[in-house]
Design a protein around this ligand. Sequence first.
Ligand SMILES: Cc1cc2nc3c(=O)[nH]c(=O)nc-3n(C[C@H](O)[C@H](O)[C@H](O)COP(=O)(O)OP(=O)(O)OC[C@H]3O[C@@H](n4cnc5c(N)ncnc54)[C@H](O)[C@@H]3O)c2cc1C
Length: 302
Amino acid sequence: MEKIHDLIIIGAGPAGITAGIYAKNFGLDCLIVGEEAGGLLNGSYRVDNYPGVFDVTGEELVKKFKAHQEYLEVPLKKESVGEIKKDGEIFKVITTNKEYSTKSLILAFGTQVKKLKIKNSEKFENRGVYYQSGHNVFLFRNKTIAIVGGANSAVMKAIKFSEQAKKIYLIYRKDKLRADKIWVDKLTKPENVEVIYNTNVMEAGGQKELESIILDNGEELKIDSLFIEAGAMPNTVLIHELDIKTNELGYIEVNKCQGTNIEGVFAAGDITTGSNGFRQIITACSEGAIAALGALNYLHKK
Ligand SMILES: Cc1cc2nc3c(=O)[nH]c(=O)nc-3n(C[C@H](O)[C@H](O)[C@H](O)COP(=O)(O)OP(=O)(O)OC[C@H]3O[C@@H](n4cnc5c(N)ncnc54)[C@H](O)[C@@H]3O)c2cc1C
């Protein structure tokens, strides 16, 4: 007979893993289905704002999250969900390999990178143009790189790469970086970082690989790589089938129990409108815990 889980959590980032930890402690038969344990956290250069754990890389913190999930034996399937369907009171979660059934759902599939309109940038994607991802800094030893963005991820990347790169241009469209002060202060130390304010990148150039960029002030910069850290937008593809309510930007609207407009469906982490829009590890974890409690209460009421 088909197995019906109490709860399926989609996404194995901080929100999804925390939801799994709480659901397991509540005694629910839960399953996490996620593409990559840790999610965005894997790309963090250094985490200094998660209580009890400091001066660690994102990858190191992910190892701790995973160890906790494995210690509690929370089942995790490393699969990508392609579709969610409602069949009466049961939800069907369809991945590339399998179909799972569940009485309740937590959507914790986070965000995806925002692409910028830079002429020819698609031509050089992964051949000099890269989006929000972790990279081995040693590959960029003595290289000249440009980073677009002014938030934590862009500033952290500039600090991290400054250890190996010859020159770094940090290009931001506004006149003041919006990263936390702790990172902006650290950025003033490396001498090979030049911050270019009030500027946008308009065009990418080169033969087979990226060789240069043109800025909106007309200047051309000769570079080896361009990293785009321009923020994120919600992953909304999966929610249309269920008619989940979102705000105008596509973030899932949640109530104080992390419930959505569909009974039995909860959402947590960067994908939601919760936590005053403050999308961090700690808020994702908090929303994951509250969503698990929401699912528990929902299942008890049934
Ligand atoms: C470079 C960088 C540095 C950061 N540094 C910090 C920091 O120092 N401190 C801090 O507090 N926050 C930091 N953040 C923010 C923090 O990483 C996020 O707020 C947090 O990861 C959000 O967790 P989440 O679980 O909601 O989503 P995510 O971490 O995005 O996880 C979502 C997961 O769902 C998976 N998924 C998506 N679609 C599907 C699907 N169809 N099927 C299955 N799985 C799917 C994704 O692959 C991913 O693994 C940083 C972010 C970045 C990008």
